[in-house]
Design a protein around this ligand. Sequence first.
Ligand code: TXA
Ligand code: MG
Length: 363
Amino acid sequence: MERSKNPAGRTAYWRVDPARPDPGIMARAGLILRQGGLVAFPTETVYGLGANALDALAVARIFEAKGRPQDNPLIVHVADRETVGRLACRVPASAGKLMDAFWPGPLTLVLPAADTIPRQVTAGLDSVGIRMPAHPVALALIAAAGVPVAAPSANLSGRPSPTTAEHVLQDLNGRIEVILDGGPAGVGLESTVLDLTGDVPVILRPGGITREELEKVIGEVRVDPGIDGVPDRGSPAGEFRPRSPGMKYRHYAPRAPLVLVEGEPERVAARLKGLAESYLSRGWRVGILATAETAGEYKEGQVVVAGWRKDPATIASRLFGALRRFDELGVDIILAEGIEPRGMGLAVMNRLRRAADNRIERV
Ligand code: TXA
Ligand code: MG
């Protein structure tokens, strides 16, 4: 088999109609995947960096291109439900119900892995994360490739996930064969990762589908206490072992350190103003990540409005773009308003807490 190479070290950039992707372009991109190449593509959550999930060498290139730790497993993307039966050795009834309700869509199901899946994909675990994305370009690409597609978010490891093709270019230009530009991703945060290998389903990563939505379909769902990367209260430091390996790494980090303030909106705004003044007086360039409701409070600093507190989905869709915007503005510190961790707010706060890397204040 001829492997696709990129001798010039340059990445092809192909624009596609997000609603009706050109079949010729999709066939070319699908062939590149089948031949072992890397293709970045839009999904409804964030942009993914795809490789043939059944090709261990191609999958290894994903880790290389992103600088991703080897022990962090990848999600396998499918375009039809039949493929799930070939990737998982057991598909519980709850999985079927969830696929009916939420696929295609931002929900990844962790199931017991079949032994056809290369170890590079599962990072040696005996389970595999599978999802069917809702974006027409993603579905057309997977179908054109004719193979399941392993795809992490298409950012350098540790950076905020990309919600536009421009973000992918910033991180991965020259490292991958193709970027498919299908416009901005809609949800803006990654899929919910739900572990179905135990007795009770457990959310390993909150995302596009909320706990409340899942519980309507399958009853009790637990949230892994380690989702924010903080050990359970009472457990000695170092004893915390996350069930999803990705949870132990610092993530979603803009270049400047981020301080997160959580609590009642008015108190949060007051504390943020105080912090901003003190950093400004020391000559720091200050970025403020605000919600639309309280943005008017800040008269100084670079204020970026993420969205509405009353509708956390608006914040979700713009959060990663806002974090990257602070890089462009060249601020020295980012002061961020926390929101209520419910519904989509849970996913937003998970990403913010991890970006804050323990610099969290509760007022
Ligand atoms: O929305 C998304 O899920 C995006 C788009 C591209 O589909 N993908 C994505 O992939 O966010 P990535 O690699 O950035 O995050 C995958 C997460 C990691 O936290 C990883 O540890 C977890 O899923 N994961 C994958 N397979 C797993 C498994 N078998 N068991 C537990 N966690 C798993
Ligand atoms: Mg990621």
